[in-house]
Design a protein around this ligand. Structure first.
Ligand code: ATP
Ligand code: MG
Length: 236
């Protein structure tokens, strides 16, 4: 069992897209994969055609798992991180629940909301790898790199050992600063912490011919294959 959490305090950096694509790559390689949707916006569940009935609620609101195909399972839990009425997330309960679910799979990918949430500490405890997608726009890549290093420091402070990785996502195929952006990232966080970049195939589509429903854009699947391979043998 391996748990990868996709997180960034910056929104719209392809966290959800990357959860889907990495899950799909792993499933293609014969792994049994669990996708956990912890984002209150439920976008992952929605893209996969499962928006849980009932209201978004407190952290105890977990929904039934949905088998998507032989290898992929979705667990929608869009209220799981969201304290209401003065209730706070019980870190211990979140850790126990995720560990119990993930144990039944080869790989568990967790989608999170943007921001610094208290429950991220719990996710640090259950994760083997912390993956932070980032665009290569200077302000975003800088903030994302800071975020990644900050989470790495937090993990050390609470005596958690996990790998941290940046996943550069190139949104605009015509963006000339791609190479420069990558070099800057590698210098800043260390080359081994930067995954091979994901590019955009230059097309817009409203339905993925291979089964996933994308809102707009389509990243290159092959790039996620490279990213997944790099994650699988990440050793530092
Ligand atoms: N490689 C790419 N090139 C261009 N657009 C992309 C790429 N990857 C994802 N997108 C698009 O960027 C938008 C944001 O992606 P996504 O929802 O995965 O980000 P997110 O980090 O999960 O956002 P949020 O913070 O709202 O949860 C989506 O419309 C998605 O289709
Ligand atoms: Mg998202």
């Amino acid at each position: 069992m391996a748990v990868y959490t996709l997180a960034n305090m910056k929104g719209g950096v392809a966290k959800t897209t990357s959860v889907l694509m990495l899950g799909r790559v792993a499933a293609e390689q014969g792994k049994r994969v669990l996708l956990i949707d912890l984002d209150l916006n439920g976008q992952l569940s929605r893209l996969l055609g499962h928006w849980p009935a009932g209201q978004a609620g407190i952290f105890t609101d977990w929904y039934e798992t949905h088998t998507l195909n032989d290898a992929l399972t979705l667990l929608p839990a869009p209220g799981a991180d969201f304290p209401l009425d003065g209730l706070t997330v019980e870190e211990k309960d979140l850790v126990e629940r995720i560990t119990a679910e993930a144990r039944q799979y080869d790989l568990c990918l967790i989608d999170t909301p943007s921001g610094y949430m208290p429950f991220l500490r719990a996710l640090l405890r259950v994760s083997d790898v912390w993956v932070t997608p980032t665009s290569l726009i200077p302000a975003v890549r800088q903030a994302s790199a800071h975020y990644l290093l900050r989470m790495a420091r937090l993990a050390l402070a609470i005596d958690v050992h996990l790998k941290v990785r940046l996943l550069p996502v190139q949104y605009n195929p015509h963006l000339g600063s791609h190479r420069i952006g990558l070099e800057a990232l590698r210098r800043f966080v260390g080359p081994w912490r930067v995954l091979p970049p994901v590019r955009h195939d230059g097309r817009f589509c409203y339905a993925d011919p291979d089964g996933f429903r994308y809102a707009k854009n389509r990243p290159i699947l092959q790039d996620y294959h490279h990213g997944f391979a790099a994650l699988a043998d990440a050793s530092s």
